[in-house]
Write a protein of this length. Structure first.
Length: 424
């Protein structure tokens, strides 16, 4: 494919096709609708299925059923749709049903502003399931990322048998830019592990039997073997249980299969500048302004390094610690009022951390980021009340923190080639 002019939403659809997606269900919502429109164009000629549900709840139900039947499933919505998805997201997590869910975020809360971007849902994606089971959330910064991270998302969903979220943004999803998809090095395509009859359990399929930190083998509903599925608390056999030991084992496995895969899941991009004593951490579309700001500062003889997180959940603790170690000061920029800064605080208790958050429907400008970097004293606050005071200080926080607990690469090598791979 030659150099193309496409929006992030089209890039998501193309990434899904490259990953082997063969089922889409969704309901139109700004700013995610063009993912649906593109899948409607791309899927049927390849033998896939594309459905508009009567609403978001029905659409998620279709996706769950299709995935249980063995399909590679994609759906797309925005914040209000995620609210309606949430019950069945919990079902998919608890019953280990793989799918990719794209949230093209817009300004919240509630209906908010359909045509204004923001990273409004970062906490909601992590904590929007009953039980608080860990999830995987990837954050693209541009259309090229939308393509690449969608492929990774399908791989992670298949590997771990879980929903994987892509936290896009109106400004990424609906902005057209030049992309060269052929410049990308895609990871090998992963399919969920199929059950193979052996001497264990006399060859009988036990639907949720797995190693303590692994996903169970898969068989589709509707095949030759009877497959049991339930949204209720269950044991390895899929039957409802109230046995505390079985419940605990399953809860721990659901957690551990995500946490134990952290190094495979972590994707990032970095730009280390010689002589820098400050590291700027960001994610999503804001990381583009962050890089521009640091490039401007570099020209004035003030080097600042950047770290762009492409995996937000599970928190890439090992990566953050390793990359932050050489720096005296950490600056965190978010297109919200601080939905991720707590995690940076926990991971880097010994560092001085500056924060700037903005959620007013307007992109954060490089000039604002430069202001935050250059005015350390002006923005410096201390103690537990600093976050509460932020609204009265131009949404800027500079504070010292304490607390505590990943490595993969999504690097831009400067020649329009981007690579994402695990850190093992």
């Amino acid at each position: 494919m030659a150099l193309s002019f496409m929006e992030g939403n089209e890039a998501v659809a193309r990434g899904a096709m490259a990953a082997g997606c063969n089922f889409f269900a969704g309901y139109p919502i700004t700013p995610a609708t063009t993912i649906f429109a593109n899948m409607l164009t791309m899927l049927p000629p390849k033998g896939g299925v594309c459905i508009q549900g009567e609403d978001e709840i029905a659409s998620m139900g279709y996706c769950i059923g299709a995935s249980m039947a063995g399909k590679k499933v994609l759906t797309a919505t925005s914040g209000p749709g995620i609210s309606l998805y949430s019950e069945q997201i919990s079902f998919a997590i608890g019953s280990e049903i793989p799918m990719v869910i794209v949230d093209v975020q817009r300004l919240g809360p509630s209906t908010g502003s359909a045509t204004r971007g923001a990273d409004s849902d970062i906490q909601f994606l992590r904590w929007g399931n009953t039980g608080g089971i860990p999830v995987v959330v990837l954050a693209p910064k541009d259309a090229l990322d939308c393509y690449l991270l969608t492929v990774h998302a399908f791989n992670f969903a298949e590997m771990l048998r879980c929903p994987v979220f892509i936290a896009s943004n109106k400004e990424i999803g609906m902005t057209r830019e030049s992309v060269d998809l052929d410049s990308l090095v895609l990871p090998p395509i992963v399919d969920r592990k199929q059950f193979q009859a052996n001497n264990i359990n006399n060859g009988k399929y036990i639907p949720f039997e797995a190693e303590p930190s692994a996903a169970p083998d898969f068989l589709p509903i509707g095949g030759k073997t009877l497959v049991r599925q339930t949204s209720s608390t269950h044991g390895p056999d899929g039957y409802i249980t109230i046995d505390p030991n079985l419940i605990e084992e399953n809860q721990e496995r659901l957690r551990n299969k995500i946490f134990s895969a952290e190094e495979e899941l972590t994707l990032y991009e970095e730009n280390h500048r010689e002589g820098a004593d400050t590291l700027l951490i960001s994610y999503g579309v804001t990381s583009r302004a962050a890089e521009d700001a640091c490039a401007m500062l570099q020209k004035t003889g003030k080097p600042v390094s950047t770290l762009t997180l492409k995996t937000l959940w599970p928190v890439p603790k090992k990566l953050i610690r390793a990359k932050a170690a050489p720096y005296k000061r950490i600056v965190v920029i978010e297109m919200n009022l601080g939905q991720y800064i707590d995690n940076i605080e926990r991971v880097l208790p010994e560092k001085k951390i500056s924060f700037y958050g903005q959620m007013d429907g307007v992109l954060i400008k490089p000039s604002k980021i430069i202001e935050v970097i250059e005015n350390e004293k002006k923005y410096e606050l201390h103690g537990e009340t600093s976050r509460d005071q932020s609204a009265h200080n131009n949404r800027n926080i500079d504070y010292e923190i304490n607390s505590h607990a990943h490595d993969s690469v999504c690097k831009n090598d400067g020649e329009n080639t981007r690579k994402c791979h695990g850190g093992n």
